[in-house]
Design a protein around this ligand. Sequence first.
Ligand SMILES: O=P(O)(O)OC[C@H]1O[C@](O)(CO)[C@@H](O)[C@@H]1O
Length: 556
Amino acid sequence: MPEGSASLTSRQQWQALARHQKDLENTQMRELFRKDPERASRFFITGGGLSLDYSRNRATDETFGKLTALARACGVPERIEAMFRGEAINITEKRPALHVALRDPGREPVLVGGEDITPEVRHTLDRMEAFVQDILNRRRTGRTGKVFTDVVSIGIGGSFLGPKLVSEALKPYWHEQLQPHYVANIDGTHIAEVLRRVNPETTLFLIQSKSFGTQETLENSKIARDWFLDNGGAHADIEKHFVAVTANTPEAISFGMAEDNIFPMWGWVGGRYSLWSAIGLPVALTIGMANFRALLQGAHEMDNHFRNTPLEQNLPVVMAMLGIWYSNFWGAETHAILPYDHYLRSLPAHLQQLDMESNGKRVTQQGEPLTYHSGPVIWGGVGANGQHAFHQLLHQGTRLIPADFIIPLKSHNPVASHHATLFANCLSQSRALMAGKTLQEATEELQKEGLSAADVEFLAPHKVIPGNKPSNTLLMDKATPETVGALIALYEHRTFVQGIIWDVDSFDQWGVELGKQLGKGILDRLTGETGEATGASDSSTDNLIRLFRNQSETGL
Ligand SMILES: O=P(O)(O)OC[C@H]1O[C@](O)(CO)[C@@H](O)[C@@H]1O
């Protein structure tokens, strides 16, 4: 690690945790369970309609005492308050991060630059409601008077992942009328495939971009507009079929959007936290505004839990501090998100952006290089599919990978005994990760199968599963608008708390800018007259540009 500020690692609470880790190094979780029959009920908390079993962790009461002591020393309670009060916690961009205000139905003013933002939040929700009702009640139709059947949302990153996750997660609540589609990538296949499936007379396009300057979104929006015009639409009809959500109204207007068709976004909402704003419009259109408001309410319940619950019983704080424990004291480099619910299959992708864009940072808030690791690699996939793909590495690989299992108690689709089987799979995985299989158990198992002594001796080590692998189990009654809202808010706050501990700005993302800057110059070289470099380059880039330019000759 680079040299730099050592303030976090020199804290006595940090050093106490480092010593404590040494004490626990040889402790097996299955021993902790054996010695303490109450362990599961003691390490079980609820909040915002979710329950967390965190008993399967390399942790004792002492560990949690030490982790919360570190959280207090790092000012977690004060920073939580600062966020809710609207202080400029996004220090490099000098602005607040007020996604929590978007889902607060209360009347308490929240000031940004001396102005109360809550009336505009409410007004925007009311505008969304009127718009959604006009579409769903067929008062607003396409250019030929036909009812809208499809909504195509064009956006990327936070203007894509959250809405896509939620509309998939809440499929049982879909209004029959509208089919949602999402286009994000600048890969032409993405938009071509979607346009092939929809009818220009009955398709509504939502251009979703906080900045209205994102290349992928603008280029895809132009393709959609041209397709609309090439398929019978006139310029005057654009306002019937195109709506934008942006914080950059002038750019949206110069793109050709009617001002009435622009829903606002605000600088004080980060892209990856924007699902709760009008960026959630494709969700509201798909599930109806009442369900969208229920989603906000669920998130708000989690906000209340986060703000008002002591750190020891606080779901986001407990999960965040366990993440710190494994990343910084046990050397874990990744964290797996394992939803056991087909409807939540896009959760890992959304949490990847949320967490990795927020906490993938290398300097403290004051710009000092970190002397410890910040955000881990977030990855995952839906269970039980992952069991037949990557779980092998979780069980017997050489790396430590903490995992979150997420499962509803009830299914929307109680097909035969599928849900019990799915639940059994989920529990068997977390139990196997924790308990593992000893050499003695493996040996006895093989002996019972009647293998020769030589075969038993050879095979037994391959069948040993070390266990002691940590996991959390997050439960909800059912994936409803409320519980899905709470679940996403939980992870937002988990990310925030970890950023506080690491002393990074979790609300900026300067790292993604360099690629965008370089992309422009490279595009000019790929498509321009000569392909020659006008600025700094390297032989690999030059060579690959040459191959692209000569593609027809090389046949590549
Ligand atoms: O909504 P916009 O401004 O188009 O940005 C899309 C995404 O691009 C990013 O800025 C990263 O490039 C994300 O933070 C954001 O969610």
